[in-house]
Design a protein around this ligand. Structure first.
Ligand code: ZN
Length: 139
């Protein structure tokens, strides 16, 4: 068994800015030369998430609207009252979607559905330079 770690940077605009990172993850998997195992993708920080979606503008807009209903930007957040950084909505959104994903791979290929892409969503209220960690465990 082998464990390999990779990182890459994504420049985001914040406010639910959504990036397709599937190609990057598959690239690292190919570089690892592993055939079977699990690829874990994680974003450090409490205002961004990793999930999967069909990466097309309709589905992305729909997800943004759903998230706006779950944790609206224009309501009171105790976090903002306490810290004044105005991103209470971003912390709640990121907590709901989670910071990581585990994707099984076989014969060196991520076992994603045809219309299923891996996305990084940045919920913060400002542009960020995000580091994404990809840890690949397998043989
Ligand atoms: Zn904050």
């Amino acid at each position: 068994m082998s464990v390999q770690s990779f990182t890459f940077q994504v420049k985001t605009k914040g406010f639910s800015d959504t990036h397709n990172i599937t190609t990057k993850v598959q690239e690292f998997l190919s570089r690892s030369k592993l055939a079977i195992g699990i690829a874990a993708v994680f974003v450090p920080g409490s205002t961004a998430s990793i999930t999967t979606i069909e990466y097309e503008s309709g589905a992305i807009e729909d997800l943004k609207k759903a998230i706006e209903c779950l944790a609206p930007q224009n309501i009171h957040y105790d976090h903002d009252a306490r810290w004044g950084d105005g991103n209470g909505f971003a912390h709640v959104r990121a907590a709901l979607l989670g910071p990581s994903l585990s994707i099984p791979f076989k014969e060196g290929e991520l076992q994603l559905g045809t219309w299923q892409q891996i996305v990084l969503i940045d919920f913060d209220n400002r542009p960020r330079n995000r580091e994404v960690l990809v840890q690949i465990v397998g043989e």
